[in-house]
Design a protein around this ligand. Structure first.
Ligand code: NAD
Length: 487
């Protein structure tokens, strides 16, 4: 097996503060472990509060000039940035494999989406306008709204989409005239490093994008910094609670893109080829199940239940798990040993809770034995209230649950604290609309509609978070509205 290594063309990760590169920092060093081999492949310098402060100061200094840059110029710079990301697609694919074992076969999709999101928000840069809210003749005052950037935005992301998570946040923030300090996950620093380098090459002025790889301490320092005017976070609910508590102290707004336990309701009239194919690949194949919006609870009509269970189990066994550098690999390792332990623990307890294991369930051995590879795992007859059905696994594990009526399907789907995505497979159009309305989620995807389309706002409710990314709403998250009236 070939492993992603650092000896290709990838260099040492640096901090980027006001255009300056730093190869060491006060937060110490993080040993980056290659999840394919279980061995350390790089030492990453970690920012401490000191460098976070410097980065925020740099972003603050750059703000007035960036917000005053003409919208057309901002658009042009962001378009160049998108072109450069596109041109460096192969590098980003290699870096994602290095970061967290993302198969290069999936890389085109992630790079393409990142380019698309960057171009889309570049296009918004010169279309930001307020409204006239009253006129002199009818109200006595002439009033209008101004949409203005916040200033410095603190961007904290997790490890599962190291490039795409940035593309979902940074172009929108910059198009609106803000500057950013990015804290990537310490687990996946490589993609953000190239991202910062290309930002400079694109002509984004020094200080507009700053990158400080760091741990929780650096993240907390960023959130609490008085010059950070808004936080945008992607990660888990436990961390979100800590960040929100800090935001509460400073009365600071935040966008929270958190986890999910998304239901995938398969009705008896569905196209079962499509429902089983996508339902399997999107839960236990792609990203080794480490995606927030994945359909991890398949809720299936009793009439087709046995057939669906059998088809999904067969499909899961066909998912190619292994070397991320081989083009036909669909599923790489999980991100680290802690994740492997956590997921195998959930699998063991699910069996004790009475769920029926129909595919997978084990760590892979042979030449994959040193990496963190898991078999795509499918459980049938899952109790909708057990841990497996209620907790986000963030690994390649699918629960299948039967239902008898539409009402029951909706009740099972809604019986979770999460509320990110909902999936429906049916050929009954009225039912599709009715169930879409009834699901307590931030989005509903019917019959295989793709998620994360740039022009459709994405973001959950409940413990899946608050705020949106994508669409005009994703831009508005980075704009303050000011009312102005003249007598
Ligand atoms: P996490 O919450 O542990 O970490 C996310 C980021 O927060 C990391 O950069 C981490 O260093 C930082 N952090 C940790 N403690 C902090 C603190 N006290 N203050 C400030 N920053 C801190 O997330 P994770 O477990 O690594 O990621 C998995 C979670 O992310 C899952 O729940 C998943 O569903 C979610 N996720 C959500 C989306 C979405 O868009 N909704 C996308 C991807 C992942």
């Amino acid at each position: 097996m070939t492993h992603p290594t650092l000896d290709t063309e990838h260099r040492q990760v640096t901090l980027r503060i006001g255009g300056e590169k730093r190869t060491s920092a006060s937060g110490g060093w993080f040993a980056h472990i290659n999840p394919c081999t279980g061995t350390t492949d790089a030492e990453i310098p970690l920012a401490g509060p000191e460098e976070v402060d410097e980065a925020v100061q740099a972003a603050h200094r750059a703000f007035e000039s960036w917000r005053s840059t003409s919208p057309a110029e901002r658009r042009g710079i962001l378009m160049r940035f998108a072109d450069l990301i596109d041109e460096h697609g192969e590098d980003f694919k290699q870096l994602a494999a290095l970061d967290n074992g993302t198969p290069i076969g999936l890389g085109d999709g992630f790079v393409g989406m990142s380019v698309e999101w960057t171009r889309y928000y570049a296009g918004w840069a010169d279309k930001i306008n307020g409204d006239v809210t009253s006129s002199l003749r009818t109200h006595g005052d002439f009033s209008y709204t101004l949409k203005q950037p916040y200033g410095v935005i603190g961007v904290i992301i997790t490890w599962n989409g190291p490039l795409f998570s940035l593309a979902m946040k940074v172009p929108a923030a910059l198009a609106a005239g803000n500057t950013v300090v990015i804290k990537p996950s310490e687990l996946t620093p490589f993609s953000a490093d190239l991202y910062a380098q290309l930002a400079t090459e694109a002509g984004i002025p020094d200080g507009v994008i700053n990158v400080v790889p760091g741990s929780a301490e650096a993240g907390a320092a960023l959130v609490a910094h008085p010059l950070v005017k808004k936080v945008t976070f992607t990660g888990g609910p436990a961390t979100a609670r800590k960040i929100l508590a800090l935001c509460a102290e400073h009365i600071k707004p935040a966008v929270m893109e958190l986890g999910g336990k998304s239901a995938n309701i398969v009705f008896a009239d569905a196209d079962l080829d499509l429902a089983c194919g996508l339902g399997t690949i999107m839960s236990v194949g792609v990203m080794s199940g480490q995606g927030c919006a994945m359909p991890t609870r398949m809720i299936v009509a009793r009439e087709v239940y046995d057939e669906v269970v059998s088809r999904v189990a067969d499909l899961a066994k066909m998912v190619k798990v292994g070397d991320p550098l081989q083009a036909d690999t669909l599923s790489g390792p999980v991100v680290n040993y802690a994740a492997l332990q956590r997921i195998t623990g959930i699998i063991e307890r699910a069996q004790r809770d009475g769920a029926r294991l129909v595919a997978g369930g084990k760590r892979l051995g042979g030449e994959l034995a040193n990496g963190y590879f898991l078999e795509p795992t499918v459980f049938a007859d899952v109790d909708p209230l057990c841990e497996l059905a209620q907790q986000e696994v963030f690994g390649p594990v699918l629960s299948i649950i039967p239902f008898d009526t539409e009402q029951e399907a909706v009740a099972i789907a809604n019986n979770t604290e999460y509320g990110l995505s909902g999936y429906i497979f049916t050929n009954d159009l009225k039912r599709a609309h009715r169930v879409s309305e009834a699901l307590n989620t931030g989005e509903v995807l019917i019959n295989g509609a793709a998620n994360l389309a740039v022009n459709r706002p994405f973001g959950g409710i409940g413990i899946s978070g608050m705020g949106k990314e994508g669409g005009r709403e994703g831009l508005d998250e980075f704009l303050r509205i000011k009312g102005v009236a003249i007598a």
